[in-house]
Ligand binder design. Sequence first.
Ligand SMILES: [Zn+2]
Length: 335
Amino acid sequence: MRRISLVFGLMALAMGPAAAQSCPGHPDAIGTSRTITVDPSVLPQIGTMQYKTSLPLEDHEVVITFDDGPLPPYTSRILDVLAENCVKVDYFLVGEMAHAYPWLVRRIYNAGHVVGTHSLSHPLNFNRMDDSGIERQVDGGIAAVKTALGDPHAIAPFFRVPGLLRNTKVDSFLAMKSLAVWSADEVADDWHHGITPKQIVKLAINRIEAKGHRGVLLLHDIHPATALALPDLLKELKARGYHIVQAVPAGERPASVPEPIAKMRDGQSGSPHVMKASMSVEHAAKAKRAHRHHRRQLKHVVAQATDDDAIAKAVASRTKKAQTADSGANWFTWR
Ligand SMILES: [Zn+2]
């Protein structure tokens, strides 16, 4: 009873009815039907995979979330697909990745997506950390993403624990920081090496249908297969009568953040000189390490890849089992 009143009490519909808004130039796009405003003090925990509460979605409503980025060219490709479909989503960025690609962080925000955080360096031991470790990872990630955004008010008080390795101590810390902790309602196993775009679409749809035809879907914008799956996933959702909903934080946020002066093309490493110059030596080294770390995890190098063919090749070249991002969590293995 308490939970029901909680959920209904905290949400406000910021946009109109559940019909998709028109998407200029893309009449077949699924669009974004509405937003749900989330106040962490009222809904501190989101996602039925781990919590009793989730977003108050109606029948056939899906919230899409992306973790672990930004990482070109995949994040960029995904942003293109989202724009072509007028779909707005929620991102959970890794601090060190944001340090490495601040121009991409700003592009995400200025495209109308919500930017939450996913720790400083994506350690897969949150559930074994002491208080200071948790604090360093959570606060460090937020600070890094704020710096990358260039406006401290642009960030959302939304946090997702790496590998979803939460425990009571982690949840209490996040609540104390007035952060909503996000789990998910569905995953699509897109971090598995060798998984095909088709399999990702199938898993996502099957699991959404199995969970009451709705849910918060967790994807990763650092994987080529995810980038390739997204157009078909959106098409399939539309064909089945689904609507896309975006969760937004309560309160005011800037309409946009300043774009970097010199835009980098996808595939180029590093960040614009103006940004790089402002980074401390320590931060620059950390960003490099984070980048190398994620590249190792990906087990492939397609830094120059900017088209679907190159991304498809990257998918085909993957043979080893996933070592990435959330795959290190034993938590997932019971699924
Ligand atoms: Zn992750």
